[in-house]
Design a protein around this ligand. Structure first.
Ligand SMILES: C[S@@+](CC[C@H](N)C(=O)[O-])C[C@H]1O[C@@H](n2cnc3c(N)ncnc32)[C@H](O)[C@@H]1O
Length: 283
């Protein structure tokens, strides 16, 4: 069953982004539209550009947001400067990036993101470009796979897992990949499975490359005082953002520089458990 996606840290995000009622707000990862919806209701006079890389999610967002103040744009947040220019906007006063994947994507077996349900081993956010995970893995060497699992999954058993993946030449489903992991992991396989699936998803979608491009170009479409909120779920990703807000000549960290969800939110929304909200302000 496909369930919805609960927006994370809604109160903290609205308070931070809406403080000066900016005319233009970017939601760089609109997903199920949870945060977009809250922002558009809180600031009905502001325009929201809602970016989403996944075309099926974008279609649903366009059906959901029929009001004029939300425009859904089916492309990566790396295209913000071009898309703003097309619409004659020079800067945004606030922006949100809720990184990773949505519960809707995770809970749709045909998308291939979950080790818990069987489906084609795809894992692409944008199914109109790139190659599905099954093909990506076929063309990688054992060493390359081990490096991805180690770096993006922070999984210590990366080499044996990579060997098991390569030994099964015809991995084509999520259960094939899960079986390869289980075949070499002793004890409870749930954490290694989650780490391996996360690592391969990050690699297949070039997620860190997109984030790096976003950070390096963010000053092009913001102005003094513009506020940026980024929800991170991965320590490397979080570090990249922390260093950017701390060291960039264009940004400074907000005070406080980061926040965690309240315990009550973590109890009701499992995805919130690993979330950290990074806050930055344009100098
Ligand atoms: C965690 S979900 C966002 C959930 C959303 N904040 C909500 O409340 O419903 C992340 C979304 O970002 C999308 N995404 C990932 N990388 C992206 C990128 N580079 N550009 C635009 N969207 C991206 C994913 O397809 C996914 O739908």
């Amino acid at each position: 069953m496909v369930r919805g996606h609960l927006p994370i840290m809604p109160t903290e995000i609205l308070e931070f982004l809406c403080e000066s009622s900016p005319d233009l707000i970017i939601d760089g990862t609109s997903g199920g539209g949870g945060h977009t919806d809250l922002l558009s209701k809180k600031l009905p006079k502001s325009k929201i550009l809602a970016f989403e890389r996944d075309s099926s999610a974008s279609e649903k967002l366009s059906e959901k947001f029929t009001q004029k103040n939300v425009e859904v744009i089916n492309t990566s947040y790396t295209k913000i400067p071009e898309e703003m220019k097309l619409r004659n906007y020079s800067f945004a006063g606030a922006a949100l990036f809720d990184l990773g994947l949505s519960s809707i994507q995770l809970d749709t077996p045909e998308r291939g993101f979950s080790h818990r349900t069987d489906g084609p081993l795809d894992m692409r956010f944008d199914r109109n470009s790139g190659k599905p995970a099954s093909q990506v893995l076929r063309f990688m060497t054992e060493k390359q796979i081990a490096d991805v699992i180690y770096k993006y999954g922070e999984e210590g058993r990366s080499r044996v897992i990579a060997r098991a993946i390569k030994q099964n030449r015809n991995l084509s489903t999520t259960f094939d990949l899960a079986d390869a992991v289980r075949s070499v992991v002793k004890g409870n396989p749930v954490k290694p499975l989650a780490r391996v699936f996360q690592a391969i998803r990050i690699h297949v979608n070039g997620e860190f490359d997109h984030l790096e491009k976003l950070l390096s170009e963010m000053h092009l479409w913001t102005t003094t005082g513009s506020r940026i909120a980024i929800l991170t779920f991965h320590s490397l990703e979080d570090r990249m953002i922390k260093l950017h807000f701390r060291d960039s000549e264009y940004f400074q960290q907000f005070d406080p520089p980061w926040m965690l969800p309240e315990r009550s939110e973590k109890r009701t929304n499992s995805r919130a458990r690993s979330a950290r909200l990074r806050l930055g302000v344009r100098l």
